[in-house]
Every structure is written in structure tokens, then in C-alpha cells.
Design a protein around this ligand. Structure first.
Ligand SMILES: [Zn+2]
Length: 227
């Protein structure tokens, strides 16, 4: 996810792993011309690593094989920005060593999609990813009925404190969430990542706010809004 220069030739790596969640690592000699790691330990690579635990908090990488290099992300600025945003959201939201296979797979799919499909670098796609990340992290909002009283009709507002959409009787502290934004969130959660729904800018802004306020209220994480 991130790679920081360290000392003469080493790098400190922030990894998100399948089996150990968030992981810090050190790769020694990686910046030497003849490093056995080549360029594989750069951000946005999916790699298979062998590492061993030392005395400190960082594991030491001893070998790295490329699984996916995602070359498209390095030649298209829009795709690169979306991919970096996706990694940043995962780093901020999932900061423990607990594995989360759903989040790991979701991020792998997101990077693969952005790498292969130049047209996927859109606001709608980025928000669909974020909605699914919310679900993977255990913070998905209630979207089927009023989060406060269970009413199933006239649901036109969203309250992060209540935990989802709300009816007019329960709308204290809420903001308006139109039908289109509501449908966008429902579809984004239900469909595969590559079949992300489309919506107007107005609806996307409402969906973004619903996701953002849910994260702030329940996960105490503030992410920059998706432009
Ligand atoms: Zn209600």
C-alpha cells in the first residue's frame, strides 16, 4: 500500500495481507540496483511474500513473487488516483492485524478492475467500492427499512446515528437522501464490483455523504469525499 525509504538502501512497507491483515515490513537492500526484489515492492503490486518475524514490530521480507503487477495503474493518472484512494481507505479503516478476507478480496478486485478497464476510474465506481468496503468492515447501513422504527415506506432521509435510512417520524439529525441515491447504495452493495451502478452527480453526492457520515459515526474514520 505504501513504501517508505529507510536508511541507505532499505524500504519500510505498509502491507495489507490476506492472512495477517495490516502488516508492517522491512525489505533490506531493495533500493540497490541488483536487488533480488527488483521493482516488485512498489505500491499497488499484489505479491506473494515470504517474511520472518524479528524482534521489532516489522517483519523482514526474504522473498517476493509478483501475483499482479497492475501495469495499467502506472500509465493512467485517473486509474492511479482511484487505486491510491482505494488503498488509503483500506489502510484507514482496517488498521489491525486481524485478517479480513472480504476486504482483502475486495481490494484485489478493485485494483484489477482499475488496471484493466480505463473507463472504471469514475466517481460512481469509487463510491461503489467504498460502499462494499463498509460492508466488509462491518459498518453497512440499514437500507431496507427505517433504521429507527422499521417503517418500510416514505424513506427519504439518512441518519448515521440511527444507522441507515429513516422515515419522516425519525428524521431528527438526518439529511435528505433521494430515491436515486438510495437505489445507488442498494445496487452497489448487491452487484459485483465490475457492474457498479451509475447515478447523477446529485445522487452520488448524497451517497458519498451517507457513506462518509457512517464511517465517521461508527468507525471514527474521516475519509476525504469522493470527487
Ligand atoms: Zn422511523
Amino acid at each position: 500500500m505504501r513504501s517508505i525509504r529507510y536508511g541507505e538502501a532499505d524500504r519500510i512497507l505498509h502491507l495489507y495481507s490476506q492472512d495477517h491483515g495490516r502488516l508492517g515490513a522491512i525489505a533490506k537492500g531493495v533500493r540497490r540496483v541488483k536487488s533480488r526484489f527488483g521493482g516488485r515492492l512498489e505500491p499497488l503490486f499484489r505479491v506473494q511474500l515470504i517474511a520472518h518475524e524479528g524482534r521489532g514490530e516489522l517483519v523482514t521480507v526474504t522473498s517476493a513473487e509478483t501475483v499482479e503487477a497492475h501495469p495499467g495503474l502506472r500509465v493512467r493518472r485517473d486509474s492511479l488516483e482511484r487505486a491510491t484512494q482505494a488503498c488509503d481507505a483500506v489502510l484507514r479503516l482496517l488498521d489491525s492485524a486481524e485478517p479480513n478476507l472480504a476486504a482483502y478480496n475486495l481490494l484485489c478486485h478493485e485494483l484489477q478492475l482499475l488496471d484493466r478497464d480505463a473507463g472504471a476510474a469514475t466517481r460512481a465506481q469509487a463510491l461503489a467500492f467504498r460502499a462494499k468496503l463498509l460492508l466488509a468492515a462491518g459498518f453497512a447501513p440499514e437500507l431496507a427499512a427505517c433504521a429507527s422504527c422499521g417503517e418500510r415506506e416514505h424513506l427519504g432521509a439518512f441518519s448515521a446515528a440511527a444507522g441507515g435510512i429513516v422515515c419522516p417520524g425519525c428524521e431528527a439529525g438526518s439529511f435528505p437522501l433521494g430515491e436515486e441515491a438510495h437505489a445507488f447504495l442498494v445496487d452497489a452493495l448487491a452487484r459485483p464490483l465490475a457492474e457498479y451502478p451509475q447515478a447523477s452527480d446529485r445522487a452520488l453526492a448524497q451517497a458519498d455523504r451517507a457513506i462518509g457520515e457512517t464511517l465517521e459515526h461508527h468507525a471514527h474514520v474521516r475519509l476525504r469525499r469522493v470527487a
